[in-house]
Design a protein around this ligand. Structure first.
Ligand code: AP5
Length: 221
């Protein structure tokens, strides 16, 4: 299946995206992770993106659209993919539609994870991410836990400061939230409450995906 994960920063897109990608055996394409890798490598792309990310603003469309276009062209996306953090505005959604239509394909569903702002700020202030695989976790006071997926070191993201978190939330409201209406108008929006335990949210997501799976699609485990 070709899925889009939508939701405010901290809604759990990365957490659920990793699990769903394993479950469906398709790649998870996270533009935020790709941009952070570019920054770490000191590439031209990374230095162009960093100023926007540090302010909590969107990186220009032409940059992220180019990243996604190149990634979707790789053969491992032929049997489906999960987009995490893209599209982020209506312009990007239209570009995605064009990219996929050119291959006779489309999005099957947009899964919206809804979480109140107060939870977002609390979650992101305590978030740590694996510096190796990007898997998110919560900080445990006095402890230095390792990534539960790969054992990598957990670090704090530079944009997980309270003022940047609030800026990212505002950008979400202004620029990304219109995508809720965009996908709802096409009958492709599936809202999943993002509160509750990570496992409960995942069970809910799996049920929604199974209900929307096109005929002949591989069954969920
Ligand atoms: P990006 O990396 O995409 O960040 P984001 O959308 O702000 O989302 P987050 O990664 O912060 O949150 P998440 O929903 O993945 O939550 P997570 O699972 O980690 O983008 C960063 C920046 O890159 C943007 O600001 C922009 O500058 C740029 N960018 C990226 N894509 C772009 C695009 N398409 N166009 C332009 N610019 C782009 O969970 C958060 C925390 O909560 C974790 O600690 C987790 O352990 C915890 N948690 C998860 N689920 C639960 C639960 N059920 N209960 C309790 N805690 C939970």
């Amino acid at each position: 299946m070709n899925l889009v994960l939508l939701g405010p920063p901290g809604a759990g897109k990365g957490t659920q995206g990793h699990k769903l990608a394993e479950e469906l055996d398709v790649p998870r394409i996270a533009t935020g992770d790709i941009l952070r890798e570019a920054i770490e490598q000191g590439s031209e792309l990374g230095s162009a993106a960093q100023q926007y990310m540090d302010r909590g603003e969107l990186v220009p469309d032409e940059v992220v659209v180019g990243i996604v276009r190149a990634r979707l062209a790789l053969g491992d996306c032929d049997d489906g993919f999960i987009l995490d953090g893209f599209p982020r505005n209506v312009g990007q959604a239209e570009e995605l539609d064009e990219m996929l239509q050119a291959r006779g394909r489309g999005i099957d569903a947009c899964l919206l994870l809804s979480v109140p702002d107060a939870d977002v700020v609390r979650r992101l202030s305590g978030r740590r991410v694996c510096e190796r695989c990007g898997n998110p976790a919560q900080a445990v006071p006095g402890d230095e836990p390792a990534c539960e997926r790969c054992g990598g070191r957990l670090v704090q993201r530079t944009d997980d400061k309270e003022d940047t978190i609030r800026a990212r939330l505002e950008v979400y409201r202004q620029e990304t939230e219109p995508l809720v209406a965009y996908y709802a108008a096409r009958g492709q929006l599936e809202e999943v409450p993002g509160r509750g335990s990570i496992d409960d949210v995942f069970e809910h997501m799996k049920a929604r995906v199974a209900a929307m799976a096109p005929a002949g699609h591989r069954e969920l485990r």
